[in-house]
Write a protein that binds this ligand. Structure first.
Ligand code: F0G
Length: 486
């Protein structure tokens, strides 16, 4: 497996990704002093979701709704057709879904989790089991809300943080068959496959594996649902890593994947860099089963809670997903970030995936027990010493079980998202510099405990506090090493 760091050679031999775009609209950033950053952490309950962007330098919380939009997307927004019903913007959205994803019927929804709500409400009931490669927080919350349960069926290599396997997001086919036999096909409303499996570090599945899942789904007559939020990047990695597709176009790869699924849904905030979502299918019966829920929960069938301007941007963004120069930018920056940190000894998820760089908090903070949330602590510490906001993807992001017991995550990760075409290479070098410093001073990081824990999706709104005065000690060491530098 070799992933190109761009097919443009430098005379010097240096291997760095080269931007194939230029900045035409920019936004000023602020790097506030470390004392203010500590105060901001206190005000936000040591939860990076609760920081204000005025206190954030590089916002690596997510790529959701934060990818840079293209000039063509912004241009299209100006010609949107404002109409409650029958908007021509929606006609363009339908056309893009048909031409890019190969699906005839489209239901618009305001974002990805709304699609998860509609699909779960239609097909999941008490006692249902939904096998999947791995859960995403909102997908799981909606399935459990309707009384269902999930079963995660990955191969063992998916859990190896420093791994080499090119397709860690593959579903374990033997376990899938066992799961169906054990639970009975009548209790399985659908199988869910997530492209570029988010919570294990943005790791793709192969088309060979998806074909295997499809075959089993057909044998038992079970539907296959594809979460396509990160489909473009999964397709790009298929092109890099699966020899059958090395000469295929993005369109051929994408349509091979979507063609294997009965229902495809997505967060357009990720897939097409514009705020909205969709559910699409070629099965009219499936479409009709879900259709009545759209006006009830989302909005009329030709906008689904999305502004028509964003509908236009989604349509253009879908076509741009097919542009290799666009789709490669984020994975190549991530690869540079991951490889640079790995060279300096910082434990990160490998091979480099998509969405962001995932730092292994279980190893960086091996002195912090899981009961004190090592990934949450690392996220807070990293913001404190850099102004960079990442996202906890560990036990804070897990939900309690039915009896209310804490469940600990398989991996404790700090995710540093690299949204498409947002950061420059010198900013990425700053990320590396500060992370290496923190790694060398990791013993100073301490644990966290909840002071406010909401009942659902607690990571969004929860508030924590440090278990002792470790943030002050870390601040003092920063001052010692960096003086008055921000
Ligand atoms: N599925 C996947 C794989 C996702 O990554 C997300 C969102 C969703 C569904 C839900 O979509 O946010 O539009 O409602 N992921 C964001 C993230 C929140 O930061 O990774 P949404």
């Amino acid at each position: 497996m070799s992933q190109r760091t761009g097919n443009i050679k430098f005379y010097s031999g240096e291997q760095i990704p080269l931007e194939l775009h230029k900045a035409r609209i920019v936004q000023k950033l602020h790097l506030v002093p470390i004392e203010r950053r500590l105060q901001a952490l206190r005000e936000g309950g040591f939860n990076t979701f609760k920081l204000d962007t005025k206190d954030v330098f590089l916002d690596m919380l997510t790529d959701s709704g934060t990818n840079a939009m293209s000039d063509n997307q912004l241009g299209a927004m100006m010609v949107a057709d404002d109409a409650y019903a029958g908007s021509q913007s929606f006609v363009r959205y339908q056309k893009a879904v048909k031409e890019v994803l190969g699906k005839e019927y489209l239901l618009p929804v305001h974002q990805g989790r709304a699609a998860e709500n509609i699909i779960s409400k239609t097909y999941v009931k008490k006692g249902s089991i939904v096998p999947m490669n791995y859960h995403f927080t909102t997908a799981m919350a909606h399935i459990t809300q309707y009384g269902g349960q999930i079963e995660e069926l990955l191969y063992d290599e998916a859990y190896e943080i420093s791994g080499k396997h090119p397709f860690k997001g593959n579903m374990n086919l033997e376990k899938l068959r066992e799961c169906i036999e054990k639970n009975g096909k009548e209790n399985i409303p659908y199988i869910r496959m997530e492209a570029s499996t988010n919570l294990i570090g943005g790791q793709p599945f192969s088309i060979e594996n998806l074909r295997g899942v499809r075959k089993i789904a057909d044998e038992y007559g079970i539907r296959l649902v594809l979460d396509a939020s990160l489909l473009g990047e999964n397709a790009w990695l298929v092109k890099q890593r699966e020899s059958e597709f090395s000469n295929s176009s993005m369109k051929e790869i994408i349509q091979t994947m979507t063609g294997l699924a009965d229902i495809v849904y997505f967060s357009a905030r990720k897939l097409s860099s514009a705020k909205g979502g969709g559910i699409c299918t070629n099965d009219q019966k499936v479409f009709k089963e879900m259709e009545p829920l759209i006006p009830l929960f989302e909005g009329f069938l030709t906008y689904g809670g999305i502004s028509v301007r964003e509908v236009e941007a989604i349509a253009v963004g879908l076509y741009e997903t097919l542009d290799e120069d666009m789709i490669r930018q984020s994975p190549e920056f991530i690869e540079y970030l991951v490889n640079s940190l790995e060279e300096k000894g910082v434990p990160v998820v490998t091979p480099a995936g998509v969405l962001g760089c995932h730092v292994d908090a279980m190893r960086v903070c091996s002195h912090i027990p899981q009961t004190e949330y090592p990934a949450g602590a690392l996220a807070a510490a990293f913001y404190l010493i850099s102004g960079i906001r990442g996202m906890e993807r560990g036990s804070v992001s897990n939900q309690r079980d039915e009896e209310g017991n804490e469940t600990y995550a398989d991996m404790e990760l700090l995710r540093l998202a690299v949204p498409r075409r947002v950061f420059t290479l010198s900013q990425i070098k700053f990320v590396i510099d500060r992370m290496v410093w923190l790694f060398e001073n990791r013993e100073l990081i301490g644990g966290l405990r909840f002071v406010y824990e909401p009942p659902v999706l607690r990571f969004f709104m929860g508030e924590l506090e440090p278990i002792n005065d470790w943030p002050e000690k870390l601040l003092a060491k920063f001052k010692e090493d960096f003086g008055e530098s921000l």
